[in-house]
Design a protein around this ligand. Sequence first.
Ligand code: ACO
Length: 334
Amino acid sequence: MLNFIEKVKSTAREFQRTIILPESKDDRVIKAAGEIIKQQLAKIILLGNEKEIAERAKNLNVNLDGVVVVNPLTDSRRDRYANLLYEVRKSKGMTLDKAYELLNNPLYFATLMVKAEDADGLVAGSLSPTPDVLRPALQIIKTKPEFSVVSGAFIMVIPNPQFGEHGIMLFADCAVNPDPNPQQLAEIAIASAMTAQKLLGITPYVGLLSFSTKGSAEHELVEKVREAVRIANALRPDLKIEGELQVDAAIVPAVGAQKAPGSEVAGRANVLIFPDLQSGNIGYKLAQRMSGGEAIGPILQGMAKPVNDLSRGCSVDEIVNLTAITAVQSYYGI
Ligand code: ACO
């Protein structure tokens, strides 16, 4: 874990991307901003009232030298952002008046700064529920051209090095899409392979999970996974993506060899794709709790620019780490 985060931080340090933290009313965010600047991980924009933020930083004994503070209520770019929001959403009923009103919401303002390329990415959620962070991003930044869905991956750090890449694995989608269709599931597999390659620096072996291994059971739920594998293989024949696999066949070499002989992925999968959000969310929490490991994320993938969502119980370190991850995602375009 330390190793992975230290690697991400050193990459982030090299690229110096500009990341917005809109929830400056949270003391943890102020502390994280100070820490990010101290560790030189990224350039930081905080949203809020300059005077208030300076005062709170002083009380918290945080040095914010180098942090840019932007006040969404008075910023000179309001007209530009309101017009941008109106243009992007007018087909959905957006009016210019409504656009100006939404700019008063720091999450919308931050999302528009990223859309306008005045920042490279954003990290929020310490004060806001997941849908409030995701919705403006999905509506305004949208997906990359090659994807139709955004999904959420967790980097799993499992103490037993026999799994994945010395205990490091990627699980998806564990955060966003309740019931992806085969095309969406295929895209989630491809996006996850890219995240594993670029962010984790590993060769992805992607297993699409089911309760069946290569035809051992027949059901429409299994067929959905098989269809997703066919689509993913057709879209990206260069990637190692296989299924359907039961989870033991995916990660235990002996079981993989027995149930899916000849498979390149079975027994050595380091990227696990769950068939729906119930299994994904349950799966990552079960692996985390029962192994005594860690789950870092969700890391949103498939978005045109990186936006990441914090848990409301997050620590200052978690904000710092997710900001470093967001900066690296921005550099690699993942
Ligand atoms: N990928 C890309 N675009 C999407 C996605 C997606 N996965 N989901 C929705 N959108 C787009 C829609 O196309 C729509 O765009 P449009 O307005 O331009 O047509 C826009 O986003 C809003 O879509 P809605 O269907 O109205 O979606 P809604 O705002 O109701 O919800 C959300 C979207 C917030 C992502 C919802 O799917 C959700 O709540 N998912 C589950 C999140 C969650 O609770 N996760 C578990 C907790 S996180 C954890 O445990 C780690």
